[in-house]
Design a protein around this ligand. Structure first.
Ligand code: HEM
Length: 211
């Protein structure tokens, strides 16, 4: 099944590379400088590379949103309320129990259903909540004149910074869990191969009749 057209693969590889650079430079900014300690990259260099990568990531993000509006890929991100929690529970149960018992995936991939319920909710929260928040707070840190002076007696810059690092933390956590769940295809490498070739291997596809 051809599930990952070229534009998604292009967006995704750039996004992943930029994320890695942003995490390394973000952590370097946080830890470098204390008692001459340098974590991977010096402070000034970290700031420069963090800003450059963030600007490219933002443009790439706009490309992702536009792509999902223009093409039919956006439909995979529509969350339906019907059976939302029970479907999520089924998928969680599969990841924590069923797959170790050799059960079949409860939501096999089809052309109409690229993501299982857990993938869908985590991708929606990541792409349409956490990423916009990290981008908006990042713009605030880059242009402090845009940030309100204070809110309920707390400095606006402090709140913006807190939002930025909290979202950055969750996104880093997402990436680790995401890479792990991407190893849970039929074979550990099959989903990664799909993101390179564009094709979700049919061996990962369980016939609906099996269920
Ligand atoms: C080295 C880092 C990464 C690797 C190896 C990786 C791997 C993959 C793989 C194999 C898939 C296809 C399987 C699937 O559909 O779930 C995928 C899809 C996806 N990944 Fe990643 N990923 C990485 C980083 C990221 C990051 C940082 C984000 C977002 C912040 C992200 C967001 C997504 C999204 C939204 C999809 C679905 C795209 C679509 O088909 O519409 N990934 N990733």
């Amino acid at each position: 099944m051809y599930l990952y057209p070229k534009w998604i693969r292009l967006w995704h590889v750039l996004n992943a590379i930029l994320f890695i650079i942003l995490i390394i430079t973000g952590l370097s900014m946080q830890y470098t400088g204390k008692k001459d300690y340098v974590l991977v990259v010096g402070f000034e260099e970290s700031v420069r590379w963090h800003n450059i990568s963030a600007i490219i990531l933002t443009v790439n993000y706009i490309f992702f949103v536009a792509g999902n509006i223009i093409t039919r890929n956006g439909r995979y991100y529509n969350i339906k309320r019907d059976n939302f929690f029970s479907d999520l529970f089924k998928q969680l149960r599969f990841y924590s129990w069923g797959m170790f018992q050799g059960e079949n995936h409860p939501f096999p991939v089809t052309m109409e259903r690229k993501f299982n319920p857990l993938q869908k909710i985590s991708y929606v929260l990541t792409m349409y909540l956490a990423l916009p928040l990290v981008i908006i707070s990042g713009i605030g840190l880059l242009f402090p004149e845009l940030v309100v002076d204070g809110f309920m007696g707390i400095s606006g810059m402090l709140l913006t910074d807190l939002l930025h690092i909290t979202m950055g933390f969750f996104l880093s956590l997402f990436m680790i869990i995401h890479i792990y769940t991407c190893t849970l295809g039929k074979k550990p490498g099959s989903l990664f191969r799909g993101m390179i070739t564009g094709y979700h291997a049919t061996e990962d596809h369980y016939d609906l009749e099996d269920h």
